[in-house]
Write a protein that binds this ligand. Structure first.
Ligand code: PMP
Length: 463
């Protein structure tokens, strides 16, 4: 049994109340609270989460990759408060409001562009990442229906990809732990090999690996002529799949293959968007514009659930008709919620008024410097970085051939070890990673690096 991170009667009372009524996400509830600590948080401030006893936890994973500028960031908080006294919600069918329109204008203005392509032109809102993915998949499918191309029904997704938990999003996801039990309910997607550079053969470069995977995607298109309506992928970084990274050339090849085969490219930038990988959007690193771009998480600075799907004019136009069935009738009650849009506008204001991407470049350099020594650690097989994301692949002998078995729960041990020391690291299997809010300073990163080392040592000692 692992030590409680913050034993106190107050915290214990919270835990009791919680476990009496709450069913937590992504959790084997039987593990609470003995194997898996449950930490009631009273408030947040900058990169810190603070419990009822005042214990501080450095949020090194930005609360599931949502938070950009710190917890309780005053500008975003104030924008939400202002909006709440103006208009909190109105249905977006038949009605409009300024935050929804202004946000769409600004998202389209900053969206990735590509020479020779008409820019993304329309924004459809949903209220979380998975819902945004559903929207993009349905739009792509429905487009071809509207055009009479009824044989285009299949999606291509990447091995080790993740796009959310709803059934459509799970169908194009490839993380067995989340997917396997629901397999009978899922539609059959085609899976193409991941360009993941970690999977490169000895002597194979990341670029060669990306080309090899793109060649396999080309073969898949050849095997299914005229059947594929879209390829969906996480550009540059497969997050839930263990922060696996790939060379941007893969995106260029995927773009070309989609064009050559008349299919759409859907970029899921729900996690990679808004500066995470070093550019505003990861697609920019390949100079590629997708036909559908899914955004969420950092879109509101991590304050409120909202997603946006950006689409081309050509795609949109195929839905204009006398028939209601040709229209995109998808709806969520909270589509384009004014409070969430106001939070997103305040987030974009911060990007506009401070050179966030440039400042992050400096922070990323500090992260790189602190991560470098882990390359020599006897249990670290790979240290990789994409902008504000650094990942450490733990293996038994520090080489790629000796992964820790899942049953060893190395990640869980590292998680509890870090939590005890006041840092939230939430490993993905055997991968520890840093994805902190952009407001982290050098002393936070020093703490993060020291704690990561201690957590690795403690975790491997447990297995
Ligand atoms: N796509 C990607 C790439 C994600 O990382 C996630 C969430 N981790 C989602 C989709 C789903 O978003 P949500 O959790 O808001 O449904």
């Amino acid at each position: 049994m692992l030590a409680d991170p913050a034993p106190s009667t107050l915290a214990d009372r919270w835990r009791q109340r919680d476990l009496a009524v709450l069913w937590h996400p992504c959790t084997q509830m039987r593990e609470h609270p003995d194997t898996l600590p449950l930490v009631p948080i009273a408030r947040g401030e900058g990169p810190w989460l603070i419990d009822h006893d005042g214990k501080h936890y450095l949020d090194a994973v930005s609360s599931w990759w949502t938070n950009l500028f710190g917890h309780a960031q005053p500008r975003i908080g104030a924008a939400i408060a202002r909006q709440a006294t103006q208009l909190e919600q109105v249905m977006l069918a038949g009605f409009s409001h300024e935050p929804a329109v202004a946000l769409a204008e600004r998202l389209l203005a900053i969206a990735p562009r590509q020479a020779g392509r008409a820019p993304l032109a329309k924004v459809f809102y949903a209220d979380n990442g998975s819902a945004g993915v559903e929207v993009a998949l349905k739009m792509a499918f429905h487009y071809f229906r509207n055009r009479g191309e009824h044989h285009r029904t299949r999606f291509v997704a990447l091995e080790n990809g993740y796009h959310g938990e709803t059934l459509g999003a799970l169908s194009v996801g490839d993380i067995p732990l989340y997917r396997r039990v629901y397999a009978p309910l899922l539609t059959e997607a085609l899976f193409a090999p991941s360009p993941d550079a970690y999977l490169a053969e000895p002597g194979q470069s990341a670029v060669q690996r990306a080309h090899q995977a793109a060649d396999a995607l080309a073969t898949l298109f050849d095997q299914h002529p005229g059947e594929i309506c879209a390829v969906i992928l996480e550009p540059r970084l497969q997050c839930a799949g263990g922060m696996r990274m790939h060379d941007p050339v893969y995106l260029q090849r995927a773009r070309e293959l989609c064009d050559a085969n008349g299919a759409f490219l859907i970029a899921d930038e729900i996690a990679t968007g808004f500066g995470r990988t070093g550019t505003m959007f990861a697609c920019e690193q390949a100079g590629v514009m997708p036909d559908l771009l899914c955004l969420s998480k950092g879109l509101t600075g991590g304050f409120l659930p909202l997603s946006a799907v950006l689409a081309t004019q050509a795609l949109y136009d195929a839905f204009l008709d006398e028939s209601r069935e040709r229209a995109f009738l998808h709806s969520h009650s909270y589509t384009g919620n004014p409070l969430a849009c106001a939070a997103a506008l305040a987030t974009l204001d911060i990007f506009a008024s401070e050179d966030v991407i440039a400042r992050n470049r400096g922070t990323a350099e500090v992260m790189a410097r602190l991560a470098a020594p882990f390359n020599d650690h006897r249990h670290v097989a790979d240290v990789r970085q994409a902008g504000m994301v650094v990942a450490f692949e733990l293996t038994r002998n520090g080489d790629k051939r000796t992964p820790f078995p899942a049953e060893a729960r190395v990640g869980l041990h590292a998680y509890t070890a870090a939590l005890k020391r006041g840092v939230v690291l939430r490993p993905l299997g055997n991968v520890l990673y840093w994805m902190p809010p952009y407001c982290v300073e050098d002393q936070h990163l020093d703490l993060l690096a020291q704690t990561t080392l201690a957590a690795i040592e403690e975790a491997v000692a447990c297995v």
